[in-house]
Design a binder for this molecule. Structure first.
Ligand code: GTP
Ligand code: MG
Ligand code: ZN
Length: 363
């Protein structure tokens, strides 16, 4: 129906293709399409076979059957028909090879984007540059199965030696993570970002409001497609400039998704993916002498040793404890007694740690 090279350019994975073919055997009028935009119950899709953009709506069974609704980046099976006036019905969401989720207190979690190869964790060279926050963002990305790229924007605001010094600090802390610095304003370093992304791959930008996600995307697209703050100041409608997600094709051949700014990175994942983000910490914990070590000054505790020698920074360890506490909180919301007991244990643990470090400083 369409060539392998087209599938590759649009990021349609063989796994999704296979699933789609199974659906098509039952209903031959189905075609694959990718969600580029969502707003309430309206979707915009790019139809692979005809390469056209069409509006679409999910079928009723999504609401009754409890299937998860499509998000930007999703591949869906839609029932195609000619004529551009009507919305095409979305029959099913194809399996995702990655999905970025955040914890949502009402719904449990919310899926933000799907099927991206990379997530650009965007921050900037000013007060926004916060290692702990980046670390939480990395944990959230680890859970998504996409690869993180830390993008530090606004390098026009800082001289080169200071920028390099800050980059060094980050690469010491986040080993094995790609880190690039750039400026949407001076266009410095934009090629470092685009060089990381290949034909047909997709990247989503994620970060606090105002770090310059939309500005960067405009520079990458080479057009003022997205609204950025300046325009927005004139009508002064609140703090967040971007309000929708949108999937766009760049002239370089990769796809890019802008996201509204987020207030905080929430980690709602499994311990496994947290352990990958904090690989150094989990390796240390595994090598403590006692398997039930509370990392609280027990003999043979590798965490305590690493904190003493500075091999593990206190900040990183405390951040790890904080995220673990939140995970427990999420996991045991329904079980108040358990949760309050656990919380006491962890709160004591980090208080003990603080105490010990204070005494150490005094020494
Ligand atoms: N100095 C400097 N300012 C920049 C740069 N990139 C963006 N800005 C400014 O930062 C402000 C915010 O930029 P946006 O692109 O709207 O930020 P955003 O991350 O998309 O924000 P939200 O959509 O609210 O999440 C604007 O005033 C931009 O002009 C840069 O590289 N250097
Ligand atoms: Mg924006
Ligand atoms: Zn220990």
């Amino acid at each position: 129906m369409f060539s392998d090279s087209l599938k590759k350019l649009w990021g349609f994975h063989p796994m999704q293709d296979a699933y789609f073919h199974a659906l098509r055997e039952e209903n031959p009028s189905l075609v694959p399409a990718r969600i580029t935009f969502t707003s309430h119950d309206q979707y915009k899709t790019l139809v692979l076979a005809s390469k056209e953009e069409r509006s679409a709506k999910v079928r009723g069974h999504f609401y009754h059957g409890g299937s998860e609704l499509p998000v930007v980046g999703d591949w869906v099976a839609i029932e195609w028909s000619s004529g551009d006036h009507q919305s095409l019905p979305i029959e099913a969401v194809l399996p995702r090879f990655s999905e970025l989720r955040r914890v949502d207190n009402r719904r449990g979690y919310q899926t933000l984007v799907a099927n991206v190869d990379f997530i650009g964790l965007v921050t900037s060279f000013n007060q926004d540059l916060n290692e702990r926050r980046l670390e939480r963002g990395l944990a959230m990305i680890e859970e998504s199965r996409a690869k993180p790229i830390i993008i530090i924007n606004k390098n026009d605001l800082i001289d080169e030696p200071s920028a390099n010094q800050q980059l060094q600090v980050l690469s010491d802390r986040f080993k094995n993570v790609m880190i690039v610095s750039c400026s949407a304003q001076s266009k410095n370093g934009i090629d470092r970002v685009t060089a990381l992304l290949g034909d047909g791959q997709s990247v989503a930008f994620l970060g606090m409001s105002g770090v310059g996600k939309s500005s960067l995307i405009n520079v990458i697209l080479d057009e003022d497609h997205l609204q950025t703050k300046e325009i927005r100041l004139e009508d002064s409608r609140g703090r967040h400039t971007t309000t929708h997600r949108e999937l766009l094709l760049t002239k370089h051949g990769f796809w890019i998704i802008d996201n509204p700014g987020i207030r905080e990175f929430s980690f709602g994942g499994e311990e496994d993916s947290l352990n990958r983000t904090f690989e150094d910490v989990s390796l240390l914990m595994l090598s403590c002498r006692f398997s039930d070590c509370a990392h609280d000054g027990e003999p043979g505790c590798k965490i305590s040793e690493a904190l003493e020698t500075g091999e593990l920074s206190t900040d990183r360890w405390e951040n790890y404890l904080k995220i673990i506490r939140e995970m427990d909180f999420q996991a045991n919301k329904g079980n108040k007694a358990y949760h309050s007991q656990k919380r006491k244990v962890w709160a004591k643990r980090s208080m003990d740690l603080r105490q010990r470090l204070k005494t150490k400083e005094r020494r």
